[in-house]
Design a protein around this ligand. Structure first.
Ligand code: UDP
Length: 473
């Protein structure tokens, strides 16, 4: 029987090994520490340095568990999605984490302070069994919006929604009749095309584990998506505790969290600010794969648009940094730069001169853009990004969307079409409209995390509820 006093709040966090999953959990760690919690983060040896550096100014404990060895297709030493040779290895990579269960349980058992609750990634459904063994409430973090989890949920349970429909037929979501979706906006498991593969089974196991967990921790705030939080909490569940935007858990200041020397791209942005040239930021998250042909079209579109741009390029389909048309960078050097390093995205988005963001609509990127008051040119690539793009463009109206050649969700985008959309966002009437809307939402986002705001209260309520539970159990 766990008995603990309200003063001994101890939270275990276990993020999935991908930057888009880890970053919000590290931000959550800061929030918990601000409520005097003891925080223990689980990870693996190769991910330890990133976490310890990110939280070096805090008292977080970090425990490394060995990453499973000899997983077919996963090269030795690869312990993060952004190091995988190809995103097609996601399933063997993610499902192999179950092999960490014995080490995880041993480590949890040997923790000196009783654990009040644990927040583990949605891909770690197996941690529910561990949590139950030790009578610790488990909350789940998917790193997704309430909109996305709700729409995925209702589509999954509406087994016949896409019956007789092709990939791109528009289908009304009966629960939200103003919303239309297409089959290819969903993972095959949720759209009913795959129910028997090992991957499908793994997804369903994770979803089942979520449904039996204590709750969800969501990087969002109810004011952003009230209808969907309400629907999730009243009809689907378990309860979603919206605590975001988590990125606001710390301020981006050069003295505290960034090295004192400005990186060259920030110096470049400063110069653009001096001359009053608005900059478009172009980036597709931490792990997206973009074909060489598509990269060529992006460069054509950016060059033709004649707007100033900062393009952060990660890797192409074959896992290496792509090379572009040889003369491109030289030709555009007055207007734009290409960065091939890890950047502090928030620092870029919050730079005064950044006025638009071509984004793949990873949920962290969307929230960071909202917080910075920067409108989005939505270019979803995979996962739940098509739903995030729909949310950005149709629901909260803070962006416009790229047009694909064949009208499909993640089809090919031609340079001329990108050029048109870039101009629309940066110079057009539509751009003005969405910029105004995002500025308003940004102000709300800043308020909800302040003392007394909805996200601030949500975290307090969760802590109170679970501390009282552990005292009385
Ligand atoms: N990010 C960053 N620098 C980079 C690339 C990505 O800081 O060079 C951060 C970005 O700010 C965000 C996260 O990585 O917090 C990416 O998460 P998101 O959900 O946007 O996309 P994902 O990488 O999961 O597809």
């Amino acid at each position: 029987m766990a008995t603990t006093s309200p003063s001994s709040l101890h939270v275990v966090l276990f993020p999935f090994m991908a930057k888009g999953h880890t970053i919000p959990i590290l931000e959550l760690a800061r929030l918990l520490l601000s409520r005097n919690a003891t925080v223990t983060i689980f990870t693996t040896p190769a991910n330890h340095p990133y976490i310890s550096t990110s939280l070096s100014d805090t008292s977080t404990s970090i425990i490394s568990l060995p990453f499973p060895k000899n997983i077919p297709g996963i090269p030795p030493g690869v312990e993060n999605m952004d190091k995988l040779p190809s995103l097609s290895l996601f399933f063997p990579f993610a499902s192999s984490t179950k092999l960490m269960q014995p080490d995880f349980e041993k480590a949890v058992q040997s923790l000196k302070t009783p654990v009040t609750f644990m927040i583990t990634d949605g891909f770690f459904g197996w941690t529910l069994e561990s949590a139950n063994k030790f009578n610790i409430p488990r909350l789940v973090c998917y790193g997704m919006s309430n909109f996305a989890i709700t729409i995925i949920g209702v589509v999954y349970f509406n087994k016949h929604l896409f019956e007789g429909k092709s990939e791109n037929d528009l289908v009304i979501v009966p629960e939200f009749p103003w919303l239309t979706v297409t089959r290819d906006e969903f993972d095959d498991v949720f759209s009913g095309r795959d129910s028997n593969s090992p991957y499908a089974k793994w997804i369903v196991d994770n979803v089942l584990a979520t449904s039996k967990s204590y709750g969800l921790v969501t990087n969002s705030f109810p004011e952003l998506e009230p209808v969907f939080v309400e629907y999730w909490n009243s009809k689907l569940g378990p309860k979603s505790w919206s605590m975001g935007p988590l990125c606001l858990s710390y301020k981006v200041t050069r003295t505290e969290f960034l090295s004192s020397k400005k990186p060259s791209w920030i110096v470049w942005l400063d110069k653009k600010l001096q001359f009053g040239c608005p900059v478009l930021y172009v980036a597709f998250g931490s792990q997206s794969e973009i074909s060489e042909d598509q990269i060529d079209e992006i460069s054509i579109g950016l060059e033709k648009s004649e707007v100033s741009f900062l393009w952060v390029m990660r890797r192409s389909e074959n896992g290496v940094h792509p090379t572009m048309d040889a003369g491109f960078e030289e030709r555009v050097k007055e207007k734009g730069i290409v960065v091939r390093e890890w950047v502090n995205q928030r620092e870029i988005l919050e730079h005064e001169i950044v006025k638009g963001f071509v984004s793949h609509c990873g949920w962290n990127s969307v929230l960071e853009s909202i917080c910075a008051g920067v409108p989005i040119l939505a270019w979803p690539l995979s996962a739940e990004q098509p739903l995030n793009a729909k949310f950005v463009v149709d629901e909260i109206k803070i962006g416009v969307r790229v047009e694909t050649c064949d009208g499909t969700v993640n089809g090919f985008v031609k340079g001329e079409s990108l050029e048109k959309k870039v101009k629309e966002l940066m110079e057009g009437e539509k751009g003005k409209e969405v910029r105004k809307t995002v500025a308003e939402i940004s102000r709300t986002a800043a308020k909800v995390v302040e003392e007394g705001g909805s996200s601030w209260q949500s975290l307090n309520e969760l802590i109170d509820e679970l501390q009282n539970k552990s005292v009385t159990s």
